[in-house]
Design a protein around this ligand. Structure first.
Ligand code: TIH
Ligand code: FE2
Length: 298
């Protein structure tokens, strides 16, 4: 979903309670009235959702199902080649459809016996504290709209493909969800905005854009790489740096393009040790101490 630090379009409410999504002039759907109407309708649907109820059913069009299918088909072999084992295991247990967009409510039902995670629909920006805090309750704030059909390979804007194909397959594996929960607990433990930002940057460079070594090959475990047929072909050529919490938590990044700096773990177990271990006991004080000795990296 939209976290601060991710690309998002502002959303406003009209007098009748309907929401309007303000796509920027550089958005691929800006000049497509049909697409804009869909975005407004899905934002309004999410806005009317009440906590404790299943996510609303989004009535997707055939064109939207087709975008899902194009991306899902492109990702079949790319995942086999470049996704880490733990992601592929999650993908096998979840068994997402290829030919149509599943509803968030359905995916939540499929996740229930696997890890207990569930999707909550978001109309627009979910504040950092709420997005991450909900992870501690096994709830994942999620967009419901689909990327514009002109940009199937990459979008800077999280969409249902990113949330469900990228994150959903990880939310199906208890080794991943243990990490999501620790990130959520860490976000609730820290008080200062600086510490929360640090926690979220570590999340960005791991659960969103993390890579690891597996039998001598570079594989992706981050949902942002694994939902983009374009970026999944490009990540191996990026500037690959050793996993380091202090560096990840202070690294400056550009959300609108492929990530050119990535942090590699020696194994999934090292992510659990180093990143899970950090989230498990970080505090405002421990993060302030790291910040005091680490300059920001541009
Ligand atoms: N770039 C991703 C994609 O095209 O699937 C979506 C996002 C991941 C992280 C932030 S936006
Ligand atoms: Fe994400």
């Amino acid at each position: 979903m939209f976290e601060e630090g991710q690309y998002f379009a502002p959303v406003t409410a009209n007098e009748d309670g309907a929401l309007e999504v303000h796509l920027g002039a550089d958005h691929p759907g800006f000049a497509d009235p049909e697409y804009r109407a869909r975005r407004d309708a899905l934002a309004t649907l999410a806005n009317n959702w009440r906590p404790g109820t299943p996510a609303p059913i989004a009535p997707y069009t055939d064109d939207e199902h087709r975008v899902w299918q194009v991306v899902s088909e492109a990702l079949v072999t790319k995942h086999r080649s470049y996704a880490c084992r733990e992601f592929l295991d999650g993908k096998e247990s979840l068994g997402l459809p290829i030919d149509h967009i599943p509803q968030l409510a359905e995916v939540s039902e499929w996740l229930a016996p696997l890890t207990g995670y569930r999707y909550q629909p978001a109309a627009g920006l979910v504040p950092l504290r709420e997005f991450y805090g909900s992870l501690a309750d096994k709830a994942f704030w999620s967009t419901q709209y689909v990327r514009h059909h002109s940009v199937p390979l990459y979008t800077p804007e999280p969409d249902v493909l990113h949330e469900v194909v990228g994150h959903g397959n990880t939310l199906a594996n208890p080794r991943f969800t243990a990490l999501y929960e620790l990130a959520g607990q860490a976000s609730r433990r820290v008080q200062s905005a600086d510490a929360l930002e640090f926690v979220s940057k570590v999340f960005w460079f791991t659960l969103e854009f993390g890579v690891l070594w597996e039998a001598g090959e570079l594989k992706a475990y981050g949902a942002g790489i694994l939902s983009s047929p374009g970026e999944i072909e490009a990540f191996r050529g990026m500037n690959i740096r050793p996993l380091d919490v202090a560096t990840m938590g202070t690294q400056v990044y550009d959300i609108t393009d492929y990530q050119d700096v990535l942090y590699v773990a020696e194994s999934f177990a090292q992510v659990e040790d180093v990143v899970g271990g950090f989230w498990a006991d970080c505090t405002d004080d421990s993060i302030a101490a790291i910040l005091a000795r680490t300059p920001a990296h541009a």
